[in-house]
Design a protein around this ligand. Sequence first.
Ligand code: AMP
Length: 249
Amino acid sequence: MKILVAVKRVLDYNVKARVNADGTGIDLANVKMSMNPFDEIAVEEALRIKEAGKADEVIAVSMGVKQSQETIRTALAMGADRGILVETDNELQPLAIAKLLAAIAAREEPGLVIVGKQAIDDDSNQTGQMFAALMDWPQATFASKVDIDGDSMKVTREVDGGLESIQVSLPALITTDLRLNEPRYAKLPNIMKAKKKQLDVLTPEELEVDISPRLVTVKVEEPPTRKAGEIVGSVAELVDKLRNEAKVI
Ligand code: AMP
């Protein structure tokens, strides 16, 4: 069985996002970019499934600008077998990503596709669900445990107020939740080896996918800055301020 894993290049989670000058998006010039954290979990899970002898090949797929190759190389250094980049400088929204992923799935015929539950830049939480719908596959979203058994799998899902276990038949889609696993770090020799692994570059046109955006970003704003706190001298003063200034009691 092949496993396709989607890996997105995003603003590193340690970097504070800054809105660009014209308020249309985030300023990505000269900032550190990394693999979306939920996608690291997706790669790790695919590798563990392969190491357990339940898959033969892990393919890391990314869509976007040329530099997304670095994100694929990270997945290859973690242990993925080969990579595919669908290269474009155009904006890609979740439906376009889902269609591109579906076109690659049609070529590669994987038994499992694993994506992150959300990309930390757009926070859409849509791609996996749209992909499953396009493929007419079962979907196991927000997975915190995956057990593959022959041609089906049991997935534990993180739902409000508890855990839900579902059984789905393969091929299927998984979206990863934070507690699914702890991703490994790529070791230096593996980073070197990853440079030689196969990485194919395709275009949306070759895959015959229409990637035109469906949504227009109207405005992006910084959150309002918080006012400085104030130290009060007594409980009576605190109560007075809460009652007469903040008017919350
Ligand atoms: P989203 O629906 O945008 O929150 O993204 C959910 C997941 O879809 C991400 O965690 C990735 O696994 C995958 N994904 C989204 N955009 C891309 C992209 N440009 N390249 C590869 N994978 C992506």
